[in-house]
Write a protein that binds this ligand. Structure first.
Ligand code: K1U
Ligand code: ZN
Length: 185
């Protein structure tokens, strides 16, 4: 089991449509275990495989609160088979868009069909934060991030901020003002 680096905006891999899993084997279970380790370390309440750079249709969720026993959930090839007319709004975050939060409106309840970590076919009806988190993570499997659900103005501002930060992280010296360099010498 390992903690893997989480890719962040504007990494183009976040736009990939992930491939279905043919068989839930030990390699997929090892991937799910690494995803759980990575999610707990972040910390977060969900993670899709593409967020660690693996374009497979696998996601993990754990909504247990601090101090409670862990409740890891693994979803392989999840599909939404029903959504409620009723919607709910949640102030969402994303480990691939750190420290950025915006309200997103989604169906309040969903029914999801998936394979569990043993490869057994299952269905689950979810509401509240589990419904929101499942939809957020399933969006990742289709190359969609939560800022795709907010206004164009807010989305473009967010992408600009993260693109600038990524450029700065790649070449910090080129952005250092000359007087600061002189002080530091
Ligand atoms: O997909 C992700 O990047 C994970 C994301 C899941 C999510 C959060 C909120 C609404 C929908 C989906 C996160 O886990 S962001 C971090 C977060 O919400 C959190 C972190 C620590 C404690 C509690 C929540
Ligand atoms: Zn996310």
């Amino acid at each position: 089991m390992a903690i893997r680096p989480i890719i962040t905006l504007p990494d183009p891999r976040l736009k990939l449509v992930s491939e279905p899993v043919a068989v839930v084997d030990d390699a997929i279970r090892a991937l799910a275990d690494d995803m759980l380790d990575t999610m707990y370390d972040a910390p977060g309440i969900g993670l899709a495989a593409i967020q660690i750079g693996v374009a497979r249709r696998v996601l993990v969720i754990d909504l247990a609160k601090e101090g409670e026993d862990r409740q890891p959930m693994v979803f392989v090839n999840p599909e939404i088979v029903w959504t409620s007319e009723e919607t709910s709004v949640y102030d969402e975050g994303c480990l691939s868009i750190p420290e950025y939060y915006e309200e997103v409106e989604r169906p309040a309840r969903v029914r999801v069909r998936f394979l569990d970590r043993d490869g057994a076919a299952r269905e689950l009806e979810a509401e509240g934060l589990l419904a929101t988190c499942l939809q957020h993570e399933m969006d990742h499997l289709n190359g969609i991030v939560f800022i795709d659900h907010i206004s164009r103005l807010k989305r473009e501002r967010c992408i600009k901020k993260f693109t600038k930060a990524a450029k700065f992280a790649a070449a910090p010296a080129a952005h250092t003002p000359p007087d600061r360099v002189a002080h530091e010498l």
